[in-house]
Design a protein around this ligand. Sequence first.
Ligand code: T4K
Length: 405
Amino acid sequence: MNKSAIDVPAEAHNRKVIRSKADLAINGAPPAFAEPLHVGRPNIGDRQGFIRRVNQILDSEWLTNNGPMVQEFEQRVADRLSVKHCVAMCNGTIALEIAIRALGLDGEVILPSWTFIATAHALYWQGLTPVFADIDPDTHNLDPQAVRRMITPRTTGIIGVHLWGRPAPIEELQTIANEHQLKLMFDAAHAFGCSYKNQTIGNFGCCEVLSFHATKLFNTFEGGAVVTNDDELAQAMRLMRNFGFAGQDNVIYPGTNGKMPEINAAMGLTNLDSFDEFIDANRANYHAYAESVAAVGGINLLPYDPDCEPNYQYVVAEVTGEFPGTRDELIAALRAENVLARRYFWPGCHQMQPYRDLWPHSGLLLPNSQAVSERIIVLPTGNALPPAAAQTIADVLCCYAADHQ
Ligand code: T4K
């Protein structure tokens, strides 16, 4: 067993004692946690503050269509990220689609396969061809050399994804985009509140897309936004998210309905008030895992880059060949303890439909994406994680490893 796992007596935290294989739930013992621990448990700020805002909305009888809460929310997000425009949307996927369209992307767009499926679907849904480039196995982000290899005469853009809140190789991608006259945008769904070299995520490429889904560090129930410093782009996206209306009775573009309702903005404003506390809680969870889980042989916690300020949204570990068991067996052992760890984003977008049938051999060009997808494990975090949960999870991993030596 690793040192820190035995340093803190389980009894002191009133948590299940896990010292031998007989204590593991997969071997018939009761689970370590009475309630499931989720990866995406929502962070919820001040309830009374939220309810006050909901009452304000109800009293005002203004429920949606760019109401005062949405406008305040957009301003607060823009201020927080030091970016000129925040265009709030109903979710991150529609925000991606609108950004893709407003940028005039066409033909082929290069993106990682190692991302949530929405990044690829947003392109496909807009009639574009997603072209998957491989990742750097150490950072899980796009490998610029792999991006170069995927450029064809039909390529019009690149979508970098700041996976797990770790900035994509921003400068290298911008250089490639400039050399080939491509538009560069970022899927920053994981990176709200992160920064790169002291500049907030939200200020890179032509625009960056945020998700405020319930499972994100910062949520508006459902929601998203595109942030940009480009006035014209922001104006085009505002038009697109509201059916193309340029004023009452005046439609000048075939737009869609991407509007954020007032109640979502109320949740956003409430959660913005507590956002720093959410980060603090996640940072503490991350460090607790780093001390305990990372000390288990064969389980490596993904570190953050020194020149990036993370939001600690995800606790991501890799199960290496050194660990005496497969990733999926380990996930099953954790699930038995009520630890609902995930294997995001297995098996990779290229292995999901329609892309798997369209390009059945694309995996040959994505060896790093495939390898990472087989060894990843995402652990529960968030401000509802019980105290010492990371330690208990480390104890499970240690005993599991000892049991399978
Ligand atoms: N780009 C990237 C890189 C993304 O990661 C995402 C979304 C997007 C774009 C698109 O943004 P949105 O259109 O979603 O705004 C979840 C989320 O649905 C998705 O938003 C997120 N990424 C993705 C990483 O995770 P699932 O399939 O894992 O959701 P689900 O229902 O399994 O929930 C995860 C866990 O959270 C569950 O174990 C239960 C727990 N949970 C969930 C909800 C909704 C709760 O405890 N309470 C809740 O209200 O996709």
